[in-house]
Design a protein around this ligand. Sequence first.
Ligand code: WTA
Length: 567
Amino acid sequence: MYYFGTYEDRAKNFDWSISEKELEYKAGDVLNIGWYCSDRICKMGKGDKPALLWENQAGKEKRYTYHDVRRASNTIGAFLRGLGIKDGDRVCLFMDKVPELYIGFLGVLKIGAIAQPLFSAFGDESLFIRLNDAQTKAIITQRKHAPKVRKILDKLPALEHLIIIDHDPARPLGPREVAFSLDGAAPVETLDIFPTKAEMPSVLHYTSGTTGQPKGVKHVHYSLIGQYLTARWVLDIHDDDIYWCTADPGWVTGTSYGIIAPWALGATQVVLDSGFSAEAWYRFAEKMKVTVWYSAPTAIRSLMKAGDEIVKKFNLSSLRHLASVGEPLNPEAVIWSERVFGLPFHDTYWQTETGAIMLTNFPGMKIKPGSMGRPFPGITATVLDPKTYEPITEPGRVGLIAFQPGWPSMMRTYWNNEHTYKAKFKNGWYLSGDRARIDKDGYFWFTGRDDDIINTGGHLVSPFEVESALLEHQAVAESAVVAKPDEVNMEVVKAFVTLKPGFTPSPDLELEIMNFIRKKLSPLAMPQEIEYVDSLPKTRSGKIMRRVLHAKEWGEEIGDLSTLEND
Ligand code: WTA
């Protein structure tokens, strides 16, 4: 461990200019994340250093040095420019964890366009909502995902290009389709990088809302200042590290800490493009000699479930630092990892909206298993009284997690939705939508979300989105979607449905509805259980009370039912 100083030492006189200085950035300069993550590292003389070591399920390997990443991102950038993509245009990256996703992300940023990564398991409906909202101009995808785009092309007049990175030449290209192969394209040695300034948009990440459709979280190039320093201090990434972030860049962890931060630091990162299996993960960590590992509680719980014996089959002595994000990390998981790896997982808390780590356990800081740790230096965090929105001063009382706005990587707005953005602030605080208590030592303890959003295995699913999709099924009259407890994923989606006349409840119908959602939205959003009911609990004004069904699932007190219509 390279830890220097205590938490107090680092927090004292903290200023984000520490990060600016290390990145040799001055206010008003050009700041382009794509350049920082490739060209700058080459300029520093590290062009021959491995930037990306990639492997897929079939054991196929690819390696890219920083020079390779620089050239390949130039190549993609030049290709996009050739199609007429300009600064400010939205370009969606809709791929599995293939190298083109990581490198293409930089290519999009280098020409000043806005990268819009979307999870490749999304179905056509999830995709349509997000591409339509962003008025996306081009989408880069693999041929196996292209049919989902083709299905909605007619409804998306703004989407001018469907770029397929592994097109089968035997098949003719359809309307608006274009083939691009990174291996086949002539490498572009130099590219005129668009001179983006700090406040220009960089990334648009869609995240689930409680009531409306998903919201596009707009980030700017200046976010790098926060992502860089948090990765250096919290994830403790150093020059000689082999870093593994297991998150998919369809989600914010996979971009902030799975592309931007590690490459801006000039580290070597490794990517395993395959589904989860404890054996495959350990084998990969051993083979790549991973030193720093950033993962999520659901994965850690799955590893725990696979047992201690399997760990002994591998040599994981390269591991030096472990961190986690996305959902509550149970104390047992921290204790377990200390036992089997000799290292605790350091919990970190943040959100798509915050762009970078906000609450954290530094290496070297005393870990209290089960706590999310303390605010990153420069971050003013508190819990607010839910009625007055005033900070709670006595330790141990639960309130709403809130941050003082103004940190570098904070979202700048929700795309086309300034109204909802503004509603995130009360009394000058940014409201996270989560609840916690702070103990007498200033450690934050997560107690739950303050809304109905379901966090399944670290992925946020909007009940509203699932309910809307359910209504499109011919048999469903009404539905209410809530979280149901799950041993590994903490929460999974459960749907209560009433059927239209003429349909009768059956296990077959349940399966059919589940698959309907899986295809339309994603496997994450697919209800793991459908319960047929005669009616749903509603308020007098007819609003479905998810809270009642949620409480039932979790064996909790239902609370005030006085507004229930059919009670
Ligand atoms: C939850 C992921 C408990 C929380 C980076 C937050 C956590 C949401 C933790 C953001 C943690 C994240 N402990 N809960 N350490 N980290 N969460 O936007 O509810 O996909 O608001 O960003 O995940 O999820 P998002």
